[in-house]
Each structure stands twice: as C-alpha cells, then as structure tokens.
Ligand binder design. Structure first.
Ligand code: NAP
Length: 461
C-alpha cells in the first residue's frame, strides 16, 4: 500500500501519514459526489451559504489544534495563529456576494420574450491545493464552489496532509453532507487517472508551474475546465517619492513572511537610485531582527522552510548568484540556528542581475534581490522581464503614476503601497506561466458555474 507522508520540517521525522486511496475507491467517492450534487444544488442558496459558514465557524473552534498542527506540518510559527484571518475574511466576503454574483442576467422580460442568462453549477469540482497557505488556498475555491451548488473533492498536498481531512471534518460536523465535500488522499498517478477519465466538471489547481503542466496534460482532450494558479517571481518597485520606511517594512515582510513561501511573496526589488542605499541599509536591519527557530516556540518569528528540499533550492540559487558576482548582506552568524537543512537564515542579495537564476526562477524562500534603477522605463522593463506574472508592488505617493505604470505591466494584480495580500473582492489571477486562474470576487463565482441561456418566446394570442 502506498503511503502519503508529511515529513515535518521541525525535526525531519514523519509527522503524519495516510494510505493513498486506490483508484477504484476514488472512483466510488467521485460517483457519490456526483449523485449528491443534484440535491445539494436544489437547496436554496442561503441554506448552502449558511452551511459553508457553519463549517468555517466549526474550524475556528479547532484553533488550538490547528495552529500547532500547521507548525508541525509546514513550519509556520505558532505565534502567527494560523490562517484564520484570511480564511474567515474570504469565506465571509464570498458569502456576502453569492446572491448577487449568481443571479440571472436578465436581458429582456416583456410581453413577447423572456431572455436571460442563468448560472448553473459545473457539477463536481476538484480542488488540488498546495501546502504554503494550506487553508487559505483551499477555501478560495471550496467556499464559492459549494455555495454555487457544486460538490467538491479536495486533494491536499502531502506536506499538509492533515489539512484537507480537518477541513472536511469541520464542515461535516457543521452539517455539510459528507458526499458534498470530501477529502481524498491521492497520489499523482490516481489524480491523473481520475482527471483523464473525465471524473470532474471543473478543476482548480494551485501549485507549481510543473504541477500545473501535469494537470493540464492529464486533462488534455477531456475539455474539463481548468483554473491554474501557479508560481510567481513578484517584483516591487520603489520610486523616488516613496515612503521609505513603509516600503521597507511591507516589502521585507512580503519577501520573508512564512519563510518567503508565498505565491505573491516579493522576490525581487527595484529601487530608484536616490533611495537605493538607504533602502538597502534599512532592509538589512529589518531582516536581521528575525528570530529563526522552532516554530512551536512562541519567541520564533521565522520558522524552518516546509521541507529541506525547498531550502536546498534557495541555498543553490543564492550560491549560484554569489558565484556570479552577487553580494550577500545578511551575516549567517546572526542566525546560528541555520542547520544547512530546513532551517534557513533569511538573505538579501545586491549586485544581482537578470542573468542569475535567483532573479528569474521562483525562489520561494526568505531571500530577495535588490537592484538599483534610474527611471520608470527601466523598472518596467525589468519587472516585465520574467516568465511569471502574479502581482507587482509599486511604491509612490502618485496614484496616477502607479496606474500609468500598472497599465504597462504584465501581471495579474497591481498594488500601490501594499503587497502580498489577497483582496477577496478582486479577482486573483495571473498571466504567463503563473497560469490562468481567476478566483474569488464575482468572477470567481462565474468561473465555478456555467452560463445557461433562456430564450423564451411567449405564445401570441
Ligand atoms: P506543487 O508541488 O505543484 O503541489 C501542489 C498540489 O498539487 C499538491 O497537492 C500536490 O500534491 C499536487 N501535485 C503536484 N504535482 C502533481 C501531479 N503531477 N499530479 C497530481 N497532483 C500533483 O506545489 P507546492 O509546492 O505544493 O506549492 C508551492 C507552489 O504553489 C509555488 O510555486 C507557489 O508559487 C504556488 N502557489 C501559487 C498560488 C497562486 O495563487 N498563484 C498560491 C499558492 C501557491 P503532492 O503534495 O502530493 O505532490
């Protein structure tokens, strides 16, 4: 029997394991989801919304177990209290717009015609979730999909193997029928076989570019709708009129929070030459304040990376950049807890350029490169010089200038004077190899439903 294992970054030992579900049982589970969908969709919208919010509330009651369990699984320090803030904010927001987002678009209602577009649930939605924000990334699709009348099958990352199980337990305890929201422990082969057999009516995959490619390959020819929310290499641009302290604070937090394991984490920063030296100096001071250590310790502000494999990628990228002329500004002696494995000291590199993998490939760790720029044109060129496009963070007091620059940028979201935040009222989406997702907001509901047109000609007397 194949086991799916979470190796804890805290101590490198197996923290949890579950047997991978054989294809035959997985097929049965999907069949149950399909059967349950019809009656779930017939329930009134406000009943579905209430049940989903009850599931969210039940999960909140489990906070004392969720927080340390997360630390053990993926290393986020307990002091940050889990993901409840974003998890609740997103759930409540989508609940508040569900009726509006799903209401029919009436084109004509006259003596002669009724013409309208209604939104129907797809059917069975498959959610494949990553470990980096395991609750928040999953709820982005789970909540609106269920509210819209779909049933959901969730496959969570091996690293956070207990998250899907716990979410489903909370929802079912709160009254969501067991076949309506299921968590399956699936290996890659079974996942691909289910997709290829057209088991699902829509798939949302959040994860790496390579993972996204595999899912797209598995779905080829099935015409299953796909939402692909993939990797990023998000830039920040600090203009000469920026509030320097605020820029340092937000951008360094964006680069290093969650040990830099954020899809929209800041991975490269371009600073106007007039502010460059001060920005670098303040950033080094900011980052040096971290306390790297055991995430279960309340004093720890920077935990280990989720897996020593991920830390090895960051170490290799840094070493490669340094061998090509980059300068590392954070003294490793400040972080004696760096063990060469999952526990990794944060790092700031200068004298970097775009010939280095560190400035091109997703790093997904607590390390960031800073480059000096002369003007907007150079900054725009550098920000667009990437195969990714999730968010950009512009720092200026001039909103018109930010909008002008934003119009030139190949990205899913333009931030001004903020970063690394997902606004549930806006569409979460990316361009280029960041995929073609579109979750949350009204558009998220549209992506989890299909349009159905009614063109009713009334009998004439
Ligand atoms: P990942 O390795 O691609 O895994 C994501 C999920 O897909 C996991 O459940 C994983 O299962 C599954 N998976 C991966 N390859 C698969 C395959 N060939 N067949 C079936 N299932 C497969 O990504 P990750 O390391 O968990 O997450 C980090 C990545 O996600 C980063 O690149 C980050 O930028 C991206 N991300 C993007 C967003 C966004 O909104 N754009 C948000 C969060 C994260 P296993 O764990 O069992 O392999």
């Amino acid at each position: 029997m194949t086991m799916i294992r979470c190796i804890s970054p805290v101590n490198g030992e197996v923290y949890a394991e579950r047997p991978a579900m054989p294809l035959e049982l997985a097929n049965q589970a999907v069949a149950q989801a399909r059967l349950a969908q019809k009656s779930w969709a017939k329930r009134p919208l406000d009943e579905r919304v209430k049940l989903v919010l009850a599931g969210v509330a039940r999960l909140n009651e489990m906070v004392d177990e969720v927080v340390p369990e997360l630390a053990w699984q993926m290393g986020r320090p307990v002091r940050y209290g889990g993901e409840f803030k974003g998890f609740n904010e997103r759930s409540n927001y989508v609940a508040s717009i569900a009726a509006d987002a799903l209401k029919p678009l009436v084109v004509e209602e006259s003596d002669r015609f009724e013409r309208r577009i209604e939104r129907e649930p797809h059917g069975v939605v498959f959610v494949i979730a990553p470990w980096n924000y395991p609750y928040m990334t999953a709820i982005n699709t789970v909540a609106p999909a269920l509210m819209a009348g779909n049933t959901v099958v969730l496959k969570h990352a091996s690293q956070t193997i207990l998250v899907g199980e716990r979410m489903v337990r909370a929802f079912v305890e709160a009254g969501v029928p067991a076949d309506v929201f299921q968590n399956l422990f699936l290996d890659h082969e079974t996942t691909a076989a289910l997709i290829a057999a057209r088991s699902f009516d829509f798939i949302n995959f959040t994860g790496s570019v390579e993972g996204g490619r595999s899912i797209e390959r598995a779905a080829a020819g099935t015409f299953t709708g796909l939402g692909l929310e993939l990797g990023g290499k998000d830039p920040g641009y600090v203009m000469a009129d920026a509030d320097l302290d605020a820029a340092v604070d937000t951008l360094m937090d964006g680069a290093t929070y969650n040990s830099g394991q954020c899809c929209c984490g800041i991975e490269r920063i371009y600073v106007h030459e007039s502010l460059y030296d001060a920005f670098v100096e303040k950033s080094v001071a900011w980052v040096s304040n971290y306390k790297l250590g055991n995430p279960l310790d309340a004093e720890t502000t920077l935990g280990p990376m989720a897996n020593k494999r991920f830390a090895a990628t960051v170490r290799n990228q840094i070493a490669d950049a340094v061998s090509k002329g980059a300068k590392a500004l954070i003294d490793p002696k400040l972080f004696p807890q760096d063990d060469g494995g999952a526990y990794l000291a944060p790092q700031i590199l200068v004298d970097v350029d775009h010939s280095m993998e560190f400035m091109r490939e997703e790093t997904f760790g607590p390390a960031v490169g800073i480059m000096k720029v002369k003007n907007d044109a150079q900054a725009i060129e550098l920000m667009n010089d990437s195969q990714y496009g999730l968010t950009v963070s512009l720092w200026t007091k001039d909103a018109e200038r930010a909008a002008r620059i934003g119009a030139e940028l190949e990205t899913g979201t333009v931030f001004m004077n903020r970063a690394d935040y997902l606004d549930p009222a806006l569409c979460w989406t990316g361009v280029k190899e960041t995929g073609r997702g579109g979750s949350l907001s009204v558009l998220g509901f549209h992506n989890l439903t299909r349009p159905k047109s009614y063109h009713l000609k009334k009998a004439t007397a």
